[in-house]
Design a protein around this ligand. Sequence first.
Ligand SMILES: Cc1cc2nc3c(=O)[nH]c(=O)nc-3n(C[C@H](O)[C@H](O)[C@H](O)COP(=O)(O)O)c2cc1C
Ligand SMILES: CC(C)CC(=O)C(=O)O
Length: 390
Amino acid sequence: MAKHWADFQYEIYLNGMTGAVPRLPTDLTRLEELAELRLAPGPVGYVAGSAGDGSTARANRAALARHRIVPRMLRDVGERDLSTEVLGRSLPAPLALAPVGVLQIMHPDAERAAARAAAAQGVPYILSSASSTPMEQVAEAMGDAERWFQLYWGKDREVTRSFLGRAKAAGFSVLVVTLDTQLLAWRPRDLDQAYLPFVHGVGTANYFTDPAFRAGLARPVEEDPNAAVLHFLGLFGDPGKSWPDLAFLREHWDGPIVLKGVLHPDDARLAADAGMDGVVVSNHGGRQVAGSVAAADALPRVAAAVGDRLTVLFDSGVRTGDDVFKALALGARAVLLGRPYVYGLGLDGQAGVEHVIRCLLAEFDLTLALSGHTRPGSVSATALAPDPTD
Ligand SMILES: Cc1cc2nc3c(=O)[nH]c(=O)nc-3n(C[C@H](O)[C@H](O)[C@H](O)COP(=O)(O)O)c2cc1C
Ligand SMILES: CC(C)CC(=O)C(=O)O
């Protein structure tokens, strides 16, 4: 019998014969409440928090919940294959870990632990520019496992050029350029606690170790760390960028480029016109524009506009296996997972991240099978009940 992601449930039940139960919940929507109880208020507030009153983060969940799956019967789902081709790479499942910076606020092993967990499960790891560990050290922890680099496309061209060179040399294969964080949004939960990881020197490691960044400082980081933090805050985002600037990135990166944070079909078309390879339909987990369209509501429109020209990926609000299924049905090729793996890291290090990946994919595998499908590619809009808001 072929091995399936769903087999994880029997592993759990068999371990139960020795009295063992999972250390973390298997319903991943419960991780946040556990993290709120167990982790320090500043860090957990930063991760769980959103822009404004949190309406976009809630809308992300509500939009996914509004869609309902219509299972089909007697379709021989005994043998299933979750592997998916994304940007020329064969992935074991339609999943990657989203770029999340500052992971040291969650666990001392930070990005290395998350990256090792991704590598152990064969899932691509997308390393944030704002990681608390220099990219070369994360790459070393991963061996030759699949890794992508997320760029904060800031004001200093030399730093961008240097990041691209370092990422390529360290074996990162896909460039994910985040467009929705040119400025840090209004985040009341962090403001009320006056807590921002960067001010504590977390999330600046790629910058502080970068020769081009260091060249822009009046005094070395080690002599004046506060000035270095201010310099970072001044340059990590650039609200002055516009579409023609993408030519610079296309010129300096010869692998696939994916734009993250696209919500409007016209922006997706502009991405295709600019020679990009993909988009991530995302509202940054509701952390940037309060009152924004839910990512799952934007997804079918973007997929209809560019699905034949670009690889369409999705994040923001994915918590369960059925969310993954719905995202595929709405037009995504694969999804990125954000906060759940970060809570897994905070609560149980690398093992916690692996638990989260395995639960999500076991539940997705079961949803797929029980709905009458054997592979991600066969899931389309016809697998969903008509949208009551249409
Ligand atoms: C604590 C935290 C830090 C993040 N840092 C980054 C980042 O450095 N770069 C980036 O492109 N996105 C970042 N994101 C956004 C995620 O990549 C992703 O879009 C989002 O978490 C998806 O929504 P979800 O958390 O609802 O799954 C961050 C998200 C969180 C929660
Ligand atoms: C503001 C960024 C540097 C980090 C981020 O993307 C986030 O906190 O959502």
